[in-house]
Design a protein around this ligand. Structure first.
Ligand SMILES: NC(=O)c1ccc[n+]([C@@H]2O[C@H](COP(=O)([O-])OP(=O)(O)OC[C@H]3O[C@@H](n4cnc5c(N)ncnc54)[C@H](OP(=O)(O)O)[C@@H]3O)[C@@H](O)[C@H]2O)c1
Length: 239
């Protein structure tokens, strides 16, 4: 029986991952986490509350879920690119702002790291299990040819580094445990809405397509893949 915890179940991709897990594992248990109420939860999914900016809420969620037993999959689908008010991707170094950078790092890097701190102990000590966090291709330093989006790119590059570290630290505890970051493609969600102009229709994925593709990638991961960044189609993206 598959037991999963999805963080960001109100998000475009997070909600679709919850749906896709429910469809793929009708007998499984899905813990669906968000900071507010989650609309349209599939039947049987168990909601929990957490806020990336409040470590005590993450700790409390881990204690509650941990009482039921170990998890097979931890999927982090949270993240921020812009919020319509104080956070917006910088087109130039002239737009760098310490407060905005700190917020983006708090949400995209530190939050997932704190989830790892409290939830990795819920993975079993033997057998296959996966920790996956949504990163982005633009977080690859090797892939950066356009520049801009300083805070978002850097926060995802830092997330990739954190997850590589987690992978190394997890290995002696369970040689079959896997930790990866994933690029979901360009997906039609609130996060990408302002940037969809110019994206060819066939390259703008539905949330359902991306969620199924990402779960397919997770299914195929091997222990040697741990610590790496993979795209929705299974291709490794060099850091
Ligand atoms: N969409 C794309 O094209 C694309 C491309 C590359 C990478 N990604 C990555 O994929 C991930 C998901 O993106 P998406 O498109 O699904 O975005 P989205 O629809 O905007 O979802 C973002 C999620 O993050 C949650 N969140 C934000 N702040 C939070 C906080 N303080 N505590 C708890 N949850 C919080 C949101 O919760 P609320 O509903 O409460 O705000 C929401 O569930 C992100 O990491 C993004 O960088 C997306």
């Amino acid at each position: 029986m598959m037991r999963s915890a999805v963080f960001g179940a109100t998000g475009g991709i997070g909600a679709a991952v919850v749906e896709a897990l429910a469809a793929r594992h009708p007998d499984g248990v899905i813990y669906a986490g968000a900071r507010g109420k989650i609309p349209n939860l599939p039947q049987g999914a168990r909601p929990f509350v957490f806020d990336l900016l409040d470590e005590s809420s993450i700790k409390a969620a881990a204690e509650e879920i941990g009482r039921d037993g170990p998890l097979d999959l931890i999927f982090i689908a949270t993240g921020i690119l812009l919020n319509g008010t104080e956070i917006a991707p910088e087109k130039s170094w002239a737009k760098l702002d310490a407060g905005m950078m700190a917020q983006v790092f708090a949400l995209n890097t530190i939050g997932p790291a704190l989830i790892a701190k409290h939830f990795l102990p819920l993975l079993p000590r033997e057998g296959r299990c996966v920790f996956a966090a949504l990163s982005a291709r633009v977080g690859s330093i090797a892939d950066n040819r356009l520049g801009g989006w300083h805070s978002y790119r850097a926060s995802k590059a830092a997330l990739n580094m954190i997850v590589r570290n987690l992978a190394i630290e997890m290995k002696p505890r369970n040689s079959e445990a896997i930790a990866v970051t994933l690029h979901p493609g360009t997906v039609d969600s609130a996060l990408s809405k302002p940037f969809q102009r110019g994206v060819p229709a066939e390259k703008l994925f539905t949330t359902a397509f991306s969620a199924h593709a990402l779960l397919g990638v997770i299914d195929e991961l091997q222990p040697d893949d741990s610590g790496k960044l993979f795209a929705w189609d299974g291709a490794e993206i060099p850091f």
